[in-house]
Ligand binder design. Sequence first.
Ligand SMILES: Cc1cc2nc3c(=O)[nH]c(=O)nc-3n(C[C@H](O)[C@H](O)[C@H](O)COP(=O)(O)O)c2cc1C
Ligand code: FES
Length: 422
Amino acid sequence: MAIERTHIMVCGGTGCVSAQSLEMVDLLKSKLVEKGYDQEISVVKTGCFGFCGQGPIIKIHPENVFYVQVGLDDIDDIINEHIIKGRPVERLLYKEPETQINLSKHDEMSFYKKQYRIALRNCGLINPEDINEYIAFNGYEALGKVLAEQTPEQVIETVKASGLRGRGGGGFSTGLKWELTRKPVADQKYVICNADEGDPGAFMDRSILEGDPHSVLEAMAIAGYAIGASKGVIYIRAEYPLAISRLQVAMGQAKEFGLLGENIFGSDFSFDIEIKLGAGAFVCGEETALIHSVEGCRGEPTKKPPYPSIQGYHKKPTSVNNVETFANVAPIILKGAEWFSSIGTEKSKGTKVFALAGKINNVGLVEVPMGTTLREIIYDIGGGIIDGKEFKAVQTGGPSGGVITKLESSTTTSSGGLKLAL
Ligand SMILES: Cc1cc2nc3c(=O)[nH]c(=O)nc-3n(C[C@H](O)[C@H](O)[C@H](O)COP(=O)(O)O)c2cc1C
Ligand code: FES
């Protein structure tokens, strides 16, 4: 097998795909073959880099040169100048608006400087359609660790102690939800992943599933082990075709590798996942409505109690968790509860992913420690309001969230979409 000296990472998130990034992958590959470089240089299709407003994005490793707004016409220059002559293509570098300096490394850009990536750790880094790349970045190690070394109660204790709270909006303790679902005795229990993501302007969950589907599959299996469930369901809106196809590829590979299905890692634990498509009704993101929809009934919420943890899917104990919540689980198992709870604020631990949309300069996806102020997100990371206009309002957390008109004391909590209005 050839060892590649260079990796050309091309964003394969929906935003960049809609601007021909997949055609760029094909063109790069054929040009490399034509020039005889295909053995030493690989082209990798990744998930979203986050800086969607500057897409399509191409990043070249190991130099870490980050190219923005790349077009099909730029591919020749990338090959001839960067790959062959070793000279970065200056006109494709990001120009920092304040200093007007061209920056080649993403970590020098103000968009990335204040970010801390846990849920998005692999997005823009690995090929989401290749399980080997996920495994190379410690993928499925957390699942192996819990099955080999921990009881379900210990897993629940770790997740509780980490302070992880649901990222779907309710902010309920994930470890406590798992404990409440573990307690009842039942012949069958379920893990449901809520990938309905109905909030306007929000695309956090879609990007995680497109960029790192295995992180969600692995966490669902860990949840299954913790609560005593052998079946999982991912409820995802049909308007997310790329996320659905990447999930299907990931599930097929995980089964092939024995990481989903019967006797995972040779243990007594078996866990399988199926995908159910939603029709895109906002209300079906609410967990009881979601469960009715998965059952084939009308997607209407019903009164709680009974909570899904006692009586959920098919009236069996069910833990419903959000995509981003799941994406935090494997790092917590591997790095420990203390590590996770050291990030964020006293009451809100860890990070939060935000989709920045609306009249903001840097449209995209960001992940910041809990407690980061909205001012920092909008001005330092988001680059402020288009044309330097005055701030009017920001809408956070979708219809159930609020419209904030003053930024003085607003800090991030667990809601996810940020939409700026002018
Ligand atoms: C009207 C309404 C819509 C909701 N939409 C979503 C959604 O799109 N995605 C989501 O994860 N949670 C949504 N929720 C929250 C879910 O009911 C549930 O609390 C969540 O999926 C639990 O996962 P978590 O504990 O990981 O946050 C919604 C709640 C309400 C009331
Ligand atoms: S889709 Fe390419 S950077 Fe987000």
